[in-house]
Design a protein around this ligand. Structure first.
Ligand code: NAD
Length: 324
């Protein structure tokens, strides 16, 4: 039986990955500071542990896993990573996790390790025009990410690539672009734009008003979780290291994202634009490289993913209000 280790298995992407690996017949160990929030874990073995601790990492990496997925990070949406208030934690905590886990994998002679980097590594100077952002993989340097979250991701990419060059490890690196879907943060201060919009729309009566950070003209693309998992597995099992974008290239403004949620909910709401943390002006996934190297690209429309996500968030909102 093949064995996989999922770091960050209590989080959004990690818990979905555990489910998928179990469906494929793997024996799975998950590790996280916490259990998944929205349901039982599917892992065969779930360790509550702090990956900043070297001894914890050594104990967890106690065998030669066939595949290791490293999702653990101190992270969140714009309200968490772009305020500047969490920079020291983000860099220290996520940096330590990557340094520890990768070295333990090397010492156990584990070859295949996936690392979840981010579109936040791309230079701010290429993302000033909301209609024409450049996020081709080879545009990462000269580096100028707009957040310390992005700088830590870039450092860790280089760390994984160095272990590949110096120790022959088969590392695989993806740069995720805004992954969303059910069972992700929706109201704890770490939620991203799709879940936040779904929550605001679900909580507001028809003809009411919702607030949005900025003028809503900033652009992004959003990738549904199932496609993120599919792309990640294809990359990990390929013979190609990356780094590669895993994202949708259906670019929309944040106003359009909100309108999609309203359309799904069948509500007409007014948007009140307020100041708030924003990130770059424009961003979109460039999928030329993944298509060339893996012969695959995501295909879900934003509407299809938002439909499923809205229903899930709406249910959470109803459950939360029934508890009050
Ligand atoms: P998440 O916050 O839901 O999951 C991360 C998990 O890591 C959390 O459950 C957290 O408890 C765990 N963790 C944090 N510190 C830990 C520690 N010291 N020891 C053990 N576990 C620890 O985030 P996610 O959305 O599932 O993202 C997974 C990965 O993908 C992250 O590395 C993130 O930076 C990257 N990524 C995500 C997105 C996205 O849109 N979701 C975009 C780009 C990159």
């Amino acid at each position: 039986m093949k064995k996989a280790l999922v770091c960050g298995a209590g989080g959004f992407i990690g818990s979905h990955m555990v489910k998928r690996l179990k469906e494929e017949g793997f024996w799975v160990r998950g590790v996280d500071l916490k259990y998944p929030e929205f349901g039982d874990t599917h892992a065969d073995d779930f360790v509550i542990g702090d990956l900043r601790e070297q001894q914890v990492c050594r104990a967890i990496v106690d065998r030669r896993f066939d595949e290791v997925y490293q999702f653990a990070a101190d992270m969140g949406g714009a309200g968490f990573v772009f305020t500047g208030e969490h920079d020291a934690d983000i860099m220290h905590n996520s940096g330590l996790i990557n340094l520890n886990i990768l070295d333990c994998c090397h010492k156990r002679n584990i070859k295949r390790v996936f690392y979840s980097s981010s579109a936040c590594i791309y230079p701010e100077y290429n993302q000033l025009d909301p209609d024409n952002p450049n996020c081709a993989e080879d545009s990462a340097y000269p580096a100028s990410p707009d957040s310390d979250y992005g700088w830590e991701k870039l450092f860790s990419e280089r760390l994984y690539l160095a272990y590949h060059r110096n120790h022959g490890m088969e590392v695989r690196i993806a740069r995720y672009h805004n992954i969303f879907g059910p069972e992700g943060s929706w109201c704890d201060g770490r939620e991203k734009a799709p879940a936040a919009m779904c929550r605001k729309v679900a909580e507001t009566a028809d003809n009411g008003e919702i607030e949005m950070w900025g003028d809503g003209k900033q652009t992004r693309s959003f990738l549904y979780i199932d496609e993120c998992i599919e792309g990640t597995l294809r990359l990990t099992r390929s013979d190609w290291t990356g780094p590669v974008n895993i994202g949708s290239d259906e670019m929309v403004t944040i106003n359009q994202l909100a309108e999609t949620a309203m359309e799904i909910a069948g509500k007409k709401l007014t948007i009140k634009h307020i100041p708030g943390p924003l990130g770059v002006r424009g961003r979109n996934s460039d999928n030329s490289l993944i298509e060339k190297q893996l012969g695959w690209r995501p295909s879900y429309s934003l509407k299809k993913g938002m439909d499923i996500t809205y229903r899930w968030v709406e249910e959470q909102v109803k459950m939360a209000s029934s508890k009050i």
